[in-house]
Design a protein around this ligand. Sequence first.
Ligand SMILES: N=C(N)NCCCC[C@H](N)C(=O)O
Ligand SMILES: O=C(O)CCC(=O)C(=O)O
Ligand SMILES: [Fe+2]
Length: 330
Amino acid sequence: MATAFKTIPIIDVSALLAKCDDPKMAEDSGVSKVVKELDQACREAGFFYVKGHGIPESLVNEVKKISHEFFDLAYEEKLKIKLTPAAGYRGYQRIRENITKGTPDLQEAIDYYREIKDGMYGALGKTMEGCNQWPLDPPKFKALIEEYISLCTDLSRNIMRGIALALGGSPYEFEGERAGDAFWVLRVIGYPGVFSDDKNDIGCGAHTDYGLLTLLNQDDDIPALQVRNLSGEWISAPPIPGTFVCNIGDMLKIYSNGLYESTVHKVINNCPKYRVCVAYFYETNYDAVVEPLDVCKQTTGEAIEFQRAVYGEHLISKVKNNFVKDLAAD
Ligand SMILES: N=C(N)NCCCC[C@H](N)C(=O)O
Ligand SMILES: O=C(O)CCC(=O)C(=O)O
Ligand SMILES: [Fe+2]
């Protein structure tokens, strides 16, 4: 359960990554140390920084740079990849098109989702069926983002092996029917500085993330992300070069039977500079039926908040409330 944490820990995951394909990884002392740190961070804050993650710094930086280049384009150009329900809610959304708890956010973004082919999940898949929309300008956008997604997927799977051990399970709890065919979401987000518009200074309202694990790649030098602790204080999660900010989503809260919290966070870009954040969300299988793991029920006791969700249903209920109402008519 979350605490009144004041700082967000930094975890070097390199020892975990070095052994994550070894079935005996749990016996390794380097892995055990990382697992302990993950367990503490997930119980206390639900947020941590990861360093030693192995994704080349050059790619991490290029992804932010090319995102700035896209958002710098004229509005008409960006509209060429406009988000629509017919495109499975994939594509570009203008400033204040995304809504959090009823309030439009001071951000523009592009949403990408793992492809769902026609009929793949029956009725459950319908809403999210559609093609990802890639801009022709900047020319390298698609190739860079696809490479980035692929590396974030591998990294997330490997961190989840550590988290599975932290929960007292086998390293493979989040594979197979749970997340062996993990769905992912990538949001390229741009936040104008507050001085460019004063109608609403909240870049993203208070919310939790939906899936298992989020990896945030935020612009250097602009502190904007804030995380709520148990006392209701907002703790800053400023950018730390060489790291991702990592946080727990709603599905991991259920799997862990509430042992790990999907911590509430928000974004306020209180700086005149335009800020980019590229958020990668590692989720369960799209059709996973999510329930507390037995090993977590033993730790917490059966009585604790037992919940159940189908991930795809959870996502759709969020996505349908995330956009201004006139979108469906477009
Ligand atoms: N795919 C994920 N997790 N996106 C997080 C976006 C959170 C804000 C959204 N408007 C909301 O109200 O949920
Ligand atoms: O911009 C950020 O730092 C975080 C964005 C976020 O929380 C989200 O999109 O879910
Ligand atoms: Fe978030």
